[in-house]
Write a protein that binds this ligand. Sequence first.
Ligand SMILES: Nc1ncnc2c1ncn2[C@@H]1O[C@H](COP(=O)(O)OP(=O)(O)OP(=O)(O)O)[C@@H](O)[C@H]1O
Ligand SMILES: [Mg+2]
Ligand SMILES: [Zn+2]
Length: 363
Amino acid sequence: MENLVLYRKYRPQTFSDVVGQEYVIKTITGAIKNNDFAHAYLFSGPRGTGKTTLARLLAKSLNCENRKNGEYAPCEKCVSCSEISKGVSVDIIEIDAASHRGIDEIRQLKENIRFVPTRGKFKVYIIDEVHMLTKEAFNALLKTLEEPPTHAIFIMATTELKKVIPTIISRSQKFEFRKLTRGEIANRLRLLMTKEKKEIDSAVLETISARAGGSIRDAESMLGQIMSLPEINIENTKNLLGFADFSEIAQFIRFLVDSDKKNAFAFISEGVSKGYDSEDFIKNILNYLRFVMYLKVDEQLSEIILREMSPEEFEDLKEIAAKFELPRLEKAFRLFLDASANIKYSPIAELPAELAVFRLFEN
Ligand SMILES: Nc1ncnc2c1ncn2[C@@H]1O[C@H](COP(=O)(O)OP(=O)(O)OP(=O)(O)O)[C@@H](O)[C@H]1O
Ligand SMILES: [Mg+2]
Ligand SMILES: [Zn+2]
């Protein structure tokens, strides 16, 4: 239950609460200040990075009753602001294209859009996962986008920009959201724990942040799960999140580099008894090899790596990369990619990883 609570409870209500996305925020707040905003926006980027959050904030600013010219921040006091914060404003219409594929919703939208907003100055349509709309819904939406009434604003969001048809893209102002770094996510989790008056070991928060894949929502939802544990420590955390961390993976990769067959096999079978998911395991190996490759290509790529790894983990990686010979690295990539492709069909979950190790040591 608590995991629902966290990320709903702490959805940022002001621009300054939003982590990262500096460029998006700067451009949008500038446009609001100068009263020079677009009528169609397209927010694209990974899940849980602030697209819906910023769409609602934009709507809140534009409809705020007390906001003066030259300001961008919503007042948080007027009826419009408080309705939007509570999610009960009738002028904000949220359509989830993923669950309905949109035909009825877009049809309804076309019928209702000409009526002026009830309270605020604007009717704001937030269309989530817009790439999922059916062709018919897309076409209907396009017609509306061509000549929207002055009181209508569209904010379309997608996690898959490539699937959005070009005509929609060309009619919108486009913003790309980025994944949040491990450090940004950890800070955010620390802030939430302060607000919740809970103390959680920093290592636990770091571990969650590393697992979140750049998504704050995923991190907050994992944190919620962790908080419901009777005892919170790093061991429990790793068990609950169900996969090995960089330092463990580093150990395994070291066995590969050192041609330590016995320990490589033992590592896999211990992983199984600890309940690691084999698919995650292979994915983590590939991810680690990826970082080894980065270091081989150019030391400056370490910047990217350090977004996900702690400095100590990075030291391990450097040491491993120095020992990893290129032909062997390439062979390892090929074999573990095969393993990942085969895992769905394997009657024994750990077999594909074992086979990859076996073949790596073959001459
Ligand atoms: N940049 C961010 N700063 C602070 N909190 C964030 C940020 N991004 C996401 N969150 C947290 O995650 C929750 C969900 O974020 P949001 O709905 O904006 O994600 P989204 O990008 O729209 O994701 P999806 O593509 O899955 O719809 C927010 O309520 C908030 O708690
Ligand atoms: Mg969203
Ligand atoms: Zn207001």
